[in-house]
Design a protein around this ligand. Sequence first.
Ligand code: C2E
Ligand code: CA
Ligand code: CA
Ligand code: CA
Length: 279
Amino acid sequence: AKTAPLPHCKFYNDSIREQQRREKMIEFQMEDALKSGQFLVYLQPKYDLHTHHVVGAEALVRWNHPTLGIIPPDQFIPLFERNGFILQLDSYIWRETCRLQRSWIDQGLSTVPISVNVSRLHLCNSEFRSTVVSLTNHYRLSPKMLELELTESLFIQDADELAQVLQSLRSDGFSINMDDFGNGYSSLNFLDGLEVDVLKLDCGFLKGHNISPRSRTILRHMIVMARELGMQIVMEGVETPEQAQLLMDYGCDIIQGFYFSRPIPAEQFAKQYLCSYSA
Ligand code: C2E
Ligand code: CA
Ligand code: CA
Ligand code: CA
């Protein structure tokens, strides 16, 4: 049967073609971009509401493209996870992070632990553990200075194998952060079988002017649970003073979000937040 294509199909096909064109361009340029230093480490502070100290940071990649400017990770990470390039990009970001830490120590700055994102693909890679261990050795850093963030969706597959790798990394001294906990398919089961050091909880459900009693109850109990399980909670996506106040009231002190600071270039982070040891 002959039917004329619906007009919206044309737009749909156009936007798919546009998407494909964009992805081809990214794939064509990604290796040179890595070699020529176009991928930058931005740092977003983790702030302790109680002590008013910056107690850590998360490394977030940005692509400083020569013609397009700063490209956010949402526009290339999913593609790199499909084509495998994330393995190279992530280890580059980890190395850059270690290099920065070493240079700040050498400059006499009091550095803080920095967490890096670990894509799912690394966990199928038997060299994951030796990669991070040799990085911290090479830059003479305590493993405490390089924390590892894994999203909870990772914890679903190969739970046993993953638990072993993570346990070894913890015994090496690395701190494991479970990222994006509570958005997606989180299941409290994971926490039963798997010890992690930090729960990163998304503040998304605390949005809006009236934070509902239900949200408050969930939050309050998550914080208590984390404490009793010996985990630290880092609240992500904190944007408002109301959210910050609520977290303080419930005893969750460490926040990461626009309320305190957006992710900023690494050098700016050092200038703004790392103090020199006074002699
Ligand atoms: P993520 O790991 O959950 O990182 C937190 C994201 O939330 C960051 O987005 C950050 O800029 C954003 N954010 C922080 N505070 C707030 C806030 O108060 N409000 C709102 N609306 N957003 C906030 P970004 O930098 O665009 O990164 C997006 C995602 O890309 C990350 O989510 C992470 O999954 C991935 N990603 C970033 N860098 C890397 C990397 O080097 N390696 C890998 N594998 N993934 C990365
Ligand atoms: Ca993260
Ligand atoms: Ca997160
Ligand atoms: Ca996320």
